[in-house]
Ligand binder design. Structure first.
Ligand code: PMV
Length: 357
């Protein structure tokens, strides 16, 4: 397996260049990745659902350069964006160890997000996975043949180096990333597909309630960096490992009660860890809490097993079975939309993973 991550002797980029375009979705973690070690190694295993409509589309064109080094031309929604461009350039330079052709090339990257970036909707997961898949595809156009599962594992490995949670975006339906002795094939270096997902979860709904779609005040990187010295760190890592095993069982058997219990505990634990870091900080807003209370009340009163999760931001992901989508949408319109900025929501759903365009 290791060999697929090493760079292999490849043909050089032809004078006419190569282009490719991929669309890759975001993912929503059920068991959260929070805390990491050097080299983007996660402190605990995490488990996510792959989304469909929250995605990044990236077109990458590469031409040979006469002099060494890489030149990057980056556009976001057709416009230059120096802060993103800087991050992409740093990432590409880091990836050059695995894709040697990067070093003597002119690379144009045009990227578009279907949702607001930096709002706690894991835009880096879709962006980095789309970029990783473009480079994997260039490598295969240059002649490296990999089996489909090796292609995806290497894409996940590469994406992880760009943004940890991106490692989970390349697989259909659900993914695990991070080693646990009890989870076969699990690895800190790349994600894997959850081997057995009950059909109820393959079309699960995730409606994102945009409480505040603005940029986060504290980045995920800054939050991860506070974990190693967190007083609850070692208990937290153990809890995440246990939750990963339990949620994998629930995903396989279709046990929605366990799914709801673990998903909500994980969301609140993530934010509790942020609040109890040193320095502590709060990303939740008053409207986030109001929405959470109403979701729990709705579940109790209606018996519909809708639940919430949160990413590193104030927006709420409302998760529910496809069969009850009409009743839940009525509930959203009646009780929750008023707490969203401009009444904005994004209706998303579990999906089958990235696509080449
Ligand atoms: O991939 P990063 O470094 O942006 O970290 C993401 C962390 C969370 O979104 C909060 C949780 C997760 O597992 O996706």
């Amino acid at each position: 397996m290791d060999s697929v991550f090493k760079n292999s002797p490849l043909n050089s980029i032809p004078p006419e260049g190569i282009s490719t375009e991929w669309r890759s979705p975001s993912n929503i973690a059920l068991v959260k990745y929070w805390g990491k070690f050097a080299g983007q190694i996660p402190a605990n295993p995490s488990v996510s659902l792959t989304l469909t409509h929250s995605h990044t589309t990236t077109r990458l064109s590469i031409l040979p350069a006469s002099r060494g080094g890489m030149q990057l031309h980056f556009k976001y929604d057709g416009k230059e964006k120096p802060d993103f461009s800087q991050r992409i350039e740093t990432t590409l330079n880091q990836w050059a160890g695995y894709f040697p052709f990067i070093m003597n090339s002119i690379i144009s990257v045009d990227t578009h997000n279907s949702f607001p970036h930096s709002a706690g909707i894991a835009s880096s997961a879709s962006a980095m996975s789309a970029l990783a898949l473009c480079l994997m595809d260039i490598e295969s156009q240059l002649g490296l043949e990999l089996r489909k599962d090796d292609f995806l594992r290497k894409a996940s490995f590469i994406a992880r180096l760009g943004s940890g949670s991106a490692a989970r975006s390349v697989f259909p339906y659900a993914s695990i990333w991070g080693y646990s002795k009890d989870i076969p094939d699990s690895s800190d270096e790349f994600g894997i597909e959850v081997p057995k997902v009950h059909s109820d979860f393959k079309q699960y709904m995730d409606t994102i309630l945009l409480v505040d779609p603005g940029e986060k005040t504290v980045s995920s990187s800054a939050g991860h960096a506070l974990m190693p010295q967190h007083p609850f760190a070692s208990e937290r890592y153990k809890q995440a490992e246990m939750h990963s095993r339990q949620i994998l069982n629930a995903l396989e058997s279709g046990d929605i009660d366990t799914f709801v219990a673990i998903t909500e505990t994980e969301a609140l634990t993530l934010h509790a860890l942020m609040m109890s870091s040193n320095p502590g900080y709060i990303l939740l807003k008053g409207n986030t809490l109001e929405i959470i209370h109403r979701i729990r009340q709705f579940r109790e009163q209606s018996g519909i097993k809708a639940c919430f999760t949160l990413d590193a931001g104030p927006n709420v992901h409302l998760l529910y079975p496809w069969e009850v989508k009409d009743s839940v949408m009525e509930f959203i319109n009646r009780e929750l939309r008023g707490f969203c900025e401009g009444g904005r929501i994004m209706v998303d759903q579990v999906g089958s993973g990235p696509e080449k365009i």
